[in-house]
Design a protein. Structure first.
Ligand SMILES: [Zn+2]
Length: 87
């Protein structure tokens, strides 16, 4: 079983979580609110965001799989929380 705590970047975290069942994730001591974070650039709005790095946020798709979505280069928020329209 892949270890969540040993993931080194956001991509690896998403890949690892996608190989684990919810029970396995819980067994490793994670509840979805305490996944590793790979950035010091905090988000104002973390709604629907499970982790992030400087360039991307990790979100869940409709199939329950994690994937990365780019952060707005202007405000740093997730693209779906960004209000920089027109830039
Ligand atoms: Zn923005």
């Amino acid at each position: 079983m892949k270890k969540i705590s040993s993931t080194k970047n956001l991509e690896e975290l998403a890949e690892t979580l996608n190989t684990l069942t919810p029970e396995q994730i819980e067994e490793q001591g994670y509840d979805g609110l305490n996944y590793p974070i790979f950035s010091l650039l905090e988000l104002m709005d973390t709604t629907e965001i499970w982790s992030y790095d400087d360039h991307s946020v990790m979100v869940l798709n409709e199939e329950g799989k994690y994937y990365l979505d780019p952060r707005c280069p202007e405000c740093g928020e997730a693209s779906f929380h960004c209000e920089c329209e027109g830039l």
